[in-house]
Design a binder for this molecule. Structure first.
Ligand code: ZN
Length: 271
């Protein structure tokens, strides 16, 4: 027998009630073109009641919205920091129009990414600020993507008077950042990264963060949790992150599933 062969239980075996939420998925990417129905059915069988689909541009939204119209999917739209330079400020006016026409539950993912710097920092900052303004004007929550840019991200957020609903997706910073988030009454979502062996710091953060501030997400097709790491991610696999979070918090997985689901529904105004 091959050494190190992973034993992969199927996500259905965790057998959770249908009340969980995958708060961040990219189902319009071509990875899901041929099997979207199967993926949605599997998610549903695994207890995923809602999936928040994130669109990274108005074009992506328009092209895919009909395909993704489904009672279990809700929409998030925004300019990713990578694309600020490419899409420019004019895209923000288009986002406003779409928000007036469709039920968009949040503006995201917006923020700063100085790890790749695909857009110049100055442009990223401007596009981020404009989109926060738009969200405040439309009274919508914001979903933050922030990588290697913690100082500037908080500096920009703090320039705004009152942002009630702010979610740091794929949280990857440390304890002092989580403190700032909790002090504001904001939330974080954990991805499959909390299941990785090397994610000890993140696991400590997950233990420390009160459950009422936690949402779960897949960010699929990326960041596949163990034991499926290396395969393409999909919403059904979120149950492994729920299981890990329950283990870290020494709580029942059904409770974790229910409460993180409720948090997401409240955050995105689904209930
Ligand atoms: Zn994403």
């Amino acid at each position: 027998m091959k050494k190190n062969k992973k034993i992969r239980i199927s996500p259905e075996t965790i057998s959770l009630p249908c009340c969980g939420v995958d708060s961040h998925a990219h189902l319009s990417l071509k990875n899901f073109q041929n099997n979207l129905n199967q993926v949605l059915k599997r998610a549903n069988r695994c207890g995923v009641q809602y999936i928040g689909n994130v669109f990274l541009s108005c074009d992506e939204f328009i092209k895919n919205v009909n395909n993704l119209k489904n009672k279990n999917i809700f929409f998030i739209l925004g300019i990713h920091p990578h694309d600020g330079q490419k899409l420019g400020v004019k895209e923000i006016e288009k986002i406003r129009q779409i928000c007036l026409e469709y039920d968009i539950k949040a503006i995201g993912e917006i923020g700063l990414d100085y790890y790749y710097n695909f857009s110049e920092p100055k442009i990223q900052q401007k596009i981020f600020e404009y989109q926060i303004n738009l969200a405040l004007e439309l009274n919508k929550p914001i979903v933050i993507h922030s990588r290697e840019a913690k100082e500037d991200t908080f500096a920009i957020l703090n320039n705004f008077k009152k942002i009630n609903k702010c979610l740091f997706h794929c949280f990857s910073y440390g304890k002092s950042e989580i403190r700032k988030i909790l002090d504001q009454g904001w939330s974080v979502s954990f991805s499959g990264a909390i299941t990785f062996k090397k994610s000890q710091e993140l696991q400590e953060i997950a233990k420390y963060t009160p459950i009422r501030h936690i949402l779960l997400e897949t960010d699929c097709p990326y960041l596949t949790p163990e034991p499926y790491r290396g395969k393409k991610n999909e919403p059904a696999f979120i149950v492994f992150s729920a299981y890990k979070l329950a283990f870290l918090k020494k709580k029942n997985v059904i409770d974790i599933w229910y409460y993180t689901g409720q948090n997401a529904k409240k955050f995105f105004n689904i209930i």
